[in-house]
Design a protein around this ligand. Structure first.
Ligand code: NAG
Length: 505
C-alpha cells in the first residue's frame, strides 16, 4: 500500500521534480486508466480482423504503432454506437466487436506489457480499489451484462466461472463486481499506484513564480492512518494532510455521492429515504414483509427499478410513482432486453399482481408525519397513500467539493450542478481534456462526462492515456522539462506547514 508522507525530511531526500499524474477516485474509471498508464499497451494483433472493413483497413495502415500512438480522431471517423463519445465507441468496438448484435467476435487487439512506456500516476481513493462499487446503488451493476462491466485483459466471465461453479446467466452481483475490480488491481500489479484511505479536499491551479516554477495543479487532501494500538487492541486513526503538485490531473469520480431530492414538504421525515441501501437495511432488519404497508418507490431509473424488484421479491406491496407515461420509450422497463431481465417485464406488464400499483405521470406533493404521501397526477388529481417507507430514487450528483464552486464552471451548463445525465463536465471528445479548466492538463472521465457504463468509460481512459503519451513524446522531442510533472518542490515546502511525498512501502 502507498502511504503519503508528510515528513519534510523524507521529502527533501527526494528529487525535486518527478512526473506523476494524480487520478482522483479509484473506481472502475481510475482502475482502467491505471492499467493503460502502467504500460499495458494495445496493438492490432498481426492476424486479427475487425468486422468493420473501414476500421480494419485504417488499423492496418500502421500496425507497428500501438493504439496509444494512433490518431484517434481518424480511427473514430464514421463509427457509430451506443455512446455519444466517439473514442468510447471506437475502443468498445475494438474490445467487444459486434457485441450489440449478440455476436462474440474476438477482439483484434493484442495487449503487450511495456513497462518502459508507463506514466507514473497515483490513484487516490477513499476505500480499497474498486471498493466504491460497493457503495454504488445496486442497480447500475446488476443491470448490465457482465461483459459490459469488465476491464481490459481479464474476462469477467472467466473470473466468475472460477469463483462459482455454475454461472446461470451473464449477470453478476455488486459484491462480485467489486471483488472482480479488487482482484484486477492485484492481478495486473497496479497496487503500487493506488493510495487508499485518501480524501481529496482541493484541486487548484497554482500560478508559476519568478524563480522559474511553471504553473501546475495542486492536489491536497487527507489520508487516514491507523495510529498507535491501544491496550484493548483497538487503534486510533488519524488524518494526515498531503499535497501534490502535478502538470496533469484526472477527475475520475463517480456521480453517486449526493442523492437528488424532490424538494417537497416532509422529505426529511425519517421514513423517507434517498438510497437503495436504506431499503436493503430495512429488509435485513426484517422490517418489511407481505403484511407491511406498501413501500412507495419514486423514480423510473435503474435504481428505482431495482428497489421495486427487491420489495416485490419480499412480497411487500409496492406503489411506484414516476413522471413518465407507462408507454414512454425512455422508461427503463421499456429499454431492457426481455430475455435477460424477465422479472422487470413481469413487474411492468399489465398482468400485475395486486402487490404492485403504478402511478405513472404522478409527482409527490408532500410526505406527512403519519406516513401518508400525497401524490398528484398530471391532470391535478390527488391521491393519498399510506406507506411503510418511501424511497426517492431520482438520480444523484457527484461530490465535487474539492473544486471551486463544486465544479459548476466546468459543466456544459455552468449555471447548473454537475450531473451525469443532465449536466456533465464538458471535455474535448478526443483527449478528455476539460474545456473550461483553469489551465491545461486537467482531464475528466466516466460518469462525470456522462458515461455511466464501464463498457464505455474505458474510451475515456484510452483518450487520456493517448493524450498523456503524446505530450510525453512532444516533451522528449522538445527536450525541455516543462512537461515533467513536479512532484514535490522544496520551495513550496517552506511556504506550507505540511508537504508531502509519496513512498511505496
Ligand atoms: C463532500 O465531500 C467532502 C469531503 O469528503 C465532505 O466533507 C462533504 O461532507 C461531502 N458533501 C456531501 C454533501 O456529502
Amino acid at each position: 500500500m502507498i502511504v503519503l508522507y508528510n515528513s519534510v525530511s523524507v521529502l527533501e531526500a527526494q528529487p525535486l521534480i518527478a512526473p506523476i499524474v494524480p487520478v482522483i477516485s479509484n473506481g472502475p474509471s481510475g482502475i482502467c486508466l491505471s492499467y493503460l498508464l502502467s504500460g499495458y499497451t494495445p496493438y492490432l494483433s498481426p492476424d486479427a480482423s475487425h468486422p468493420n472493413p473501414l476500421l480494419h483497413s485504417k488499423l492496418r495502415e500502421q500496425p507497428h504503432l500501438s493504439l496509444l500512438e494512433q490518431d484517434l480522431e481518424y480511427l473514430c471517423e464514421g463509427l457509430e454506437g451506443r455512446s455519444s463519445n466517439p473514442v468510447a465507441v471506437l475502443f468498445d468496438s475494438l474490445l467487444l466487436p459486434d457485441s450489440d448484435f449478440g455476436l462474440e467476435h474476438a477482439s483484434p487487439l493484442a495487449w503487450r506489457y511495456e513497462p518502459e512506456r508507463a506514466t507514473p500516476h497515483l490513484v487516490l481513493g477513499k476505500g480499497p480499489p474498486g471498493g466504491a462499487w460497493h457503495a454504488m446503488e445496486g442497480s447500475m451493476l446488476t443491470l448490465s451484462l457482465a461483459n459490459w462491466m469488465e476491464l481490459p485483459g481479464l474476462k469477467l466471465k472467466d473470473w466468475m466461472r472460477e469463483k462459482r461453479r455454475n454461472v446461470r446467466n451473464d449477470r453478476a452481483t455488486p459484491a462480485e463486481i467489486a471483488s472482480y475490480y479488487q482482484h484486477y488491481v492485484s492481478q495486473m500489479s497496479l497496487g503500487q499506484s493506488f493510495a487508499s484511505r485518501t480524501t481529496v479536499t482541493s484541486v487548484t491551479r497554482q500560478p508559476g513564480n519568478q524563480e522559474g516554477s511553471p504553473p501546475c495543479w495542486r492536489v491536497t487532501g487527507l489520508q487516514r492512518r491507523e495510529g498507535e494500538e491501544l491496550g484493548d487492541g483497538s487503534s486510533v486513526s488519524e488524518e494526515v494532510p498531503f499535497s501534490l503538485l502535478a502538470h496533469s490531473v484526472v477527475l475520475a469520480t463517480g456521480t453517486h455521492d449526493i442523492p437528488a431530492r424532490l424538494g417537497v414538504e416532509g422529505e426529511s421525515l425519517p421514513f423517507v429515504c434517498h438510497s437503495f441501501w436504506e431499503l436493503e437495511n430495512a429488509i435485513s432488519r426484517g422490517e418489511l414483509d407481505q403484511s407491511s404497508d406498501p413501500v412507495l418507490v419514486v423514480g423510473a431509473g435503474l435504481t428505482a427499478a431495482d428497489a421495486v424488484l427487491a420489495a416485490h421479491h419480499l412480497n411487500t406491496p409496492v406503489y411506484h410513482a414516476f413522471r413518465r407515461s407507462v408507454t414512454d420509450p425512455g422508461l427503463i422497463f421499456n429499454q431492457l432486453p426481455k430475455l435477460l431481465y424477465p422479472e422487470y417485464h413481469k413487474v411492468s406488464s399489465r398482468a400485475l399482481k395486486p402487490s404492485y400499483l403504478s402511478f405513472p405521470r404522478h409527482r409527490v406533493v408532500a410526505f406527512r408525519p403519519d406516513r401518508k404521501c400525497v401524490l398528484e397526477s398530471d391532470s391535478g388529481q390527488r391521491t393519498v397513500v399510506q406507506v411503510s417507507m418511501a424511497l426517492v430514487l431520482i438520480g444523484a450528483h457527484p461530490n465535487l467539493s474539492f473544486l471551486p464552486e463544486n465544479g459548476r464552471p466546468l459543466g456544459v451548463n455552468p449555471d447548473e450542478p454537475i450531473s451525469c445525465r443532465r449536466n456533465p463536465i464538458e471535455v474535448d471528445p478526443f483527449t478528455c481534456g476539460v474545456v473550461s479548466a483553469d489551465g491545461p492538463g486537467m482531464y475528466a472521465m466516466g460518469p462525470l462526462v456522462g458515461e455511466n457504463f464501464v463498457r464505455f468509460l474505458k474510451g475515456g481512459a484510452l483518450a487520456i492515456a493517448c493524450d498523456l503519451a503524446k505530450r510525453q513524446r512532444e516533451e522528449r522531442e522538445g527536450g525541455g522539462d516543462l512537461m515533467m510533472d513536479r512532484w514535490a518542490d522544496r520551495k513550496v515546502t517552506r511556504h506550507t506547514e505540511t508537504e508531502v511525498c509519496v513512498l511505496d512501502l
